[in-house]
Design a protein around this ligand. Sequence first.
Ligand SMILES: NC(=O)c1ccc[n+]([C@@H]2O[C@H](COP(=O)([O-])OP(=O)(O)OC[C@H]3O[C@@H](n4cnc5c(N)ncnc54)[C@H](OP(=O)(O)O)[C@@H]3O)[C@@H](O)[C@H]2O)c1
Length: 261
Amino acid sequence: MDIGPGTRVLITGASRGIGRAFAQAFAATGAEVGLVARSADTLEQVAAGLPGSGHRALAADVADHASIEAALNEFGDCDVLIANAGVANYGRFVDATLEELDQMTRVNWLGCIYTIRAALPRMIERGRGQIVITSSGAGYRAFPWAAVYGGTKGAQRLFGEALRHELDGTGVSVTIVYPGEVESDLHAHELARMPPWRKNDEEAPAAPLAELVVKAVREDRASVHYPPFVRLLRIAHGLSPKLGDAFLRRLRGSTAAPRRG
Ligand SMILES: NC(=O)c1ccc[n+]([C@@H]2O[C@H](COP(=O)([O-])OP(=O)(O)OC[C@H]3O[C@@H](n4cnc5c(N)ncnc54)[C@H](OP(=O)(O)O)[C@@H]3O)[C@@H](O)[C@H]2O)c1
């Protein structure tokens, strides 16, 4: 798909982190961007700081079907739809509150399918569109202390893979994004309880990921892996979960795969 002036891009989770980097990269091409998140004031500030014109701040909660549908209706037709909003609550599953488990499931998984379900009929009608889903490296191999988070990211991967095939011939396609550790505020509320395997000091900047996603949309790529070790994790775990565990132990230490066998 050609991306530039006249292209309309809607991004959820656009108020900060990876979503904001996506907004900046697409706006830099001349595209008009619709920015969705719950925090209206921050969205207005981000929209005002983007290059180009025609950008819209659309406060909505992706976990509320009516709310995201209203935001999509307000924005109108979109050529690129990026389901990116997400939350994380790390910690042992047994210690998690039901509220935390519910929030991750509702925002990451239901929020993703609510967003796409609301926009897809019109995209198919127009015979044009690219859906981008921000999953995670954890969508290939989920991590201890992030079992439910990984479950939501794996669900996004399986859903997106099937949908890409299902939409064959419609003019609408799907790109799935698999970030590893990327600079953002995802864990800002839980820095004191991060698992040892998580390397906060090795987070990659979000801007190069956003550039890769613009390119992937232009070329209708099925997936984007960033940084490159995520692709290696996919290959190792796909060949054999034991190989994936050994790869992770080497890279992230024994807490990434404590059980042998
Ligand atoms: N950073 C990483 O290392 C990493 C790695 C793999 C995957 N990811 C994925 O990348 C995506 C973006 O996360 P991030 O790292 O950029 O985190 P972030 O900096 O915390 O940004 C999350 C965004 O999602 C929005 N959001 C949260 N709940 C929402 C809701 N109910 N409705 C609408 N918007 C909501 C937030 O805005 P409001 O709070 O204002 O609503 C914010 O704009 C997530 O899907 C995450 O799982 C991140």
